[in-house]
Design a binder for this molecule. Structure first.
Ligand SMILES: Nc1ncnc2c1ncn2[C@@H]1O[C@H](COP(=O)(O)OP(=O)(O)OP(=O)(O)O)[C@@H](O)[C@H]1O
Ligand SMILES: [Mg+2]
Length: 379
């Protein structure tokens, strides 16, 4: 059967703190990008019945809507409710949005780097037992991001909603001792802006601060206090209802700087470029050129204007004894969805279905073998 797999035989799902991306293997972009948020409404009248809504079906602007975010800083939170939410979202994507039968699909899901084996086993349990899919592959998102530009060696730098991960990879395998995970990303920039604009925005209007982050934040090549980053006509933001606010330049400049100088929001950790350089330095000497020659940016927050230029300049300044010509930072235009795209490419190779996935029969065969199956298929 495996030999007959064709490119669309996998559903690829990239689980993000802010957005889940899903679509068919072999395609260029995810079909579905769904906010990773749930609303669970418990009805007293009908006993203990629950109604669950996910992503686009929730009225996010209604302050009465109870919201749950099952993924925190890249990892599925470990409560029954969070797993129930994830199972609901995955089932909703496959059955309702992609209109596929659960028991006839093969799935590739992404995993946060350095996820625990227990967490991975739970994901496998949900897909292979609760949802009953045919086969399941689990791949670390950064490895797939690197793969999206055809590379198997390099350092993947992903800046998403909740997490920044810096992951040196050699021949498709992450080098665990040199991985840096930074609990700072797009959500922190958006929260900072939201807090600073609280005189104009209601607590429930965080989506407006996200728009401001995406439209107005510019990372300067070099941070200077009091610096003006936007031209006069770009400093204004129109609120729903037509009111126009002038967004203070200092707020935008500090927001842009959070990833480079986390002390701005009181975090006692090093900034992203220092941590990229540290991660490269932890690699063996003979692997270093592969790393600084292939710094691959991905994730939605790496789309911030000026971000790529600043990262490249900082790395060139800080990596001592390496010629600037040997340092290469990649920022492809599709990088926001790089992990999904890498997954789509990998799952369309017939060898993936044959050798890199757990089959339902194998999983059901001997319950004692589940941990070793997870070990065997962890990459
Ligand atoms: N053009 C842009 N400029 C700045 N930020 C952007 C832009 N486009 C998207 N973002 C930000 O990128 C983030 C979403 O990125 P992404 O989908 O990679 O995150 P995720 O996968 O859900 O999260 P994580 O990988 O951290 O678990 C949001 O914070 C969003 O505001
Ligand atoms: Mg992500």
């Amino acid at each position: 059967m495996e030999a007959e797999l064709d490119t669309k035989d996998f559903i690829v799902i990239d689980n993000g703190t802010g957005y889940i991306k899903a679509g068919y293997s072999g395609e260029d972009a995810p079909k579905i990008v769904l906010p990773t948020v749930m609303s669970v409404v418990e009805s007293q009248e009908q006993g203990k019945s629950k109604t669950m809504y996910s992503g686009a079906d929730i009225d996010l602007k209604n302050p009465e809507t109870p919201l749950f975010y099952p993924i925190d800083r890249g990892e599925i939170k470990n409560t029954e409710q969070d797993w129930e939410c994830m199972s609901f979202i995955w089932e909703h994507i496959i059955k309702n949005l992609m209109q596929e039968e659960l028991n006839s699909v093969n799935v590739l899901i992404t995993d946060s780097i350095l996820n625990t084996r227990e967490n991975r086993q739970r994901m496998a349990q949900v897909f292979l037992e609760t949802l009953g899919v045919n086969s399941l592959g689990i791949m670390p998102a950064p490895v797939l991001s690197l793969f999206s530009i055809g590379k198997t060696r390099g350092i993947a730098v992903d800046v998403g909603c909740g997490l920044t991960s810096i992951v040196p990879i050699f021949e498709g395998f992450a080098l665990p001792h040199a991985i840096h995970k930074i609990p700072l990303a797009g959500n922190d920039i958006t929260s900072f802006i939201h807090q600073k604009l609280s005189a104009h925005l209601k607590p429930t209007q965080i989506f407006l601060s996200r728009n401001i982050t995406e439209d107005m934040v510019v990372v300067p090549l070099q941070y200077r206090k009091g610096q003006e980053l936007l031209s006069e006509d770009k400093r204004f933001y129109e609120l729903p209802g037509g009111k126009i606010i002038n967004v203070d330049q200092d707020i935008l400049a500090n927001a842009a700087e959070i990833l480079f100088k986390p002390s701005i929001i009181g975090q006692d950790i090093k900034g992203i470029t220092d941590q990229i350089v540290e991660s490269i330095m932890k690699c063996d000497n003979d692997l270093k050129p592969d790393m600084y020659g292939n710094v691959v940016l991905s994730g939605g927050s790496s789309m911030m204007k000026g971000f790529y230029e600043r990262v490249e300049k900082d790395i060139k300044n800080r990596l001592e004894g390496v010629s600037n010509n040997d340092i290469k930072v990649y920022a492809d235009s599709f990088r926001q969805h790089a992990a999904w795209i890498g997954g789509s490419m990998l799952a369309s190779l017939s060898t993936f279905g044959q050798f890199m996935t757990i089959k339902k029969e194998e999983w059901e065969n001997d319950p004692n073998m589940k941990p070793s199956l997870i070990h065997k298929y962890s990459f």
